[in-house]
Design a protein around this ligand. Structure first.
Ligand code: NI
Length: 400
């Protein structure tokens, strides 16, 4: 590496108290997806104070900062999400949410604060690397269609050679960093099916077409998709999570609606699922004289980490944190719109362990008691800075 480790350590130590303060401010003032007005203004003003970054606001509640190094070279994008969740915080901490009904219950406050710190440190080292580091502060990771897609459409990924993102993760103990090449998180698509029958008196079922019973049979039959229609070695989830039908004990409902989610990693399988679903819905409804309407919405793509970029990130993390700390996580069927950036450039998304059982920090993401061990801020800051410096130097050496 082309920097002095003592110098880097002192830069990191100098900015860490700011990172903690930024995170606590953001935690106390959460804003839910697509409403990050104060948050994005705070990020913009903080970056402005650093002096030397080129700032833009490509979408209403996003901020992008460009840091130009010493001459022509690769372009690396680093991404943080900024949105909170519609949850009322139950933690009793000094920095607890001051807004009922909004809470940073997924740690995006930490992501934003760490990326601000990373920008400040890399700004001080701008004459040590060639090319550009682009910091993307995005809104609305939690709410499809998400904030990443419109940012990509606005051109923030133009010319980018690699993209990296990190997520704090309380199921893993603080001090660990979890990274894997290939599929990491699933695509998340949704569907809604409306079954139309013929309503009537519950005492004369033969006079109508029971939409509720047809819906029930359809839901059971959909279980064939995972258990019989798709390769058992390809992960797939088809879950019906909502059913709505009926108004009274003695009325056969005219209409029944059910909805759910589909998760997968394989793009080809993902494309096939709507057809499998419709075949079953059509078959069962026709068999019983009902009709149907199917709505299928493709959501976030799967997060698939690039082998080469993931390898370079791993090198940087191993050099600082060692083989005991750098672990390989199991893929998760959860979704992430970081995948939108991965459709534009190769990249890597990794997890920063943020839980600590000894401190009682064991609550899952999206819980009203969720909190992180703030030691992850120090680790995540250094992980991001070192990853960026290593990637810039290696991508430049490899000719992009
Ligand atoms: Ni999250």
């Amino acid at each position: 590496m082309e920097f002095d480790t003592a110098e880097l350590a002192s830069l990191l130590a100098a900015v860490l108290p700011d990172v903690v303060a930024w995170r606590r401010h953001l935690h106390a003032h959460p804003e839910v997806s697509f409403h990050e007005r104060e948050t994005s203004a705070y990020v913009f003003e903080t970056l402005q104070q650093f002096q030397g970054l080129q700032l833009t606001r490509p979408t209403e509640t996003s901020v992008v900062a460009r840091l130009i190094g010493a001459g022509h070279g690769p372009v690396l994008a680093l991404r943080a999400d900024m949105d909170a969740l519609p949850i009322t915080e139950e933690n009793d901490v000094a920095y607890r949410s001051r807004r009922p009904g909004a809470m940073h219950a997924c740690g995006h406050d930490a992501h934003t604060a760490m990326l601000l710190g990373t920008a400040k440190v890399l700004l001080a080292l701008r004459d040590r690397f060639q090319g550009e580091v682009r910091f993307i502060f995005q809104p609305a990771e939690e709410l499809p269609p998400g904030g990443a897609e419109p940012l990509c459409e606005s051109g923030v990924m133009d010319g980018v050679d690699a993209v990296v993102g990190a997520h704090v993760w309380t199921p893993l103990p603080v001090g660990t960093v979890a990274l894997r090449a290939g599929a990491l998180m699933a695509s998340s698509d949704t569907f809604e099916v409306t079954i139309r029958g013929r309503g009537g008196h519950a005492a004369q079922p033969h006079m109508g077409v029971d939409s509720l019973l047809v819906a029930a049979e359809t839901i059971v039959n959909l279980q064939h998709i995972v258990s019989r229609n798709s390769d058992p070695l390809q992960p797939l989830v088809v879950s019906v999570t909502q059913v709505r039908a009926g108004t009274a004990n003695n009325v056969i409902p005219e209409e029944a609606v059910f909805a759910g989610t589909v998760r997968s990693f394989d793009p080809e399988l993902r494309r096939q699922v709507p057809g499998m679903l419709e075949r079953i819905v059509r078959g069962v409804t026709e068999a019983h004289g009902a009709s149907y309407e199917l709505r299928y919405d493709f959501g976030y793509r799967p997060v698939v980490n690039d082998v080469r970029i993931t390898g370079l990130v791993r090198e940087a993390l191993l050099e600082r944190f060692g083989p005991d700390a750098v672990i390989e996580p199991e893929p998760s069927m959860g979704g992430e719109d970081f995948s939108a950036y991965l459709a534009k450039a190769p990249g890597a998304f990794f997890f920063l362990g943020a839980g600590n059982a000894a401190k009682g920090l064991v609550f899952p993401h999206h819980s009203a008691r969720f909190d992180i061990d703030e030691d992850v801020l120090r680790i995540g800051l250094e992980a991001e800075v070192r990853t960026a410096l290593h990637l810039m130097s290696r991508l430049a050496a490899d000719g992009n």
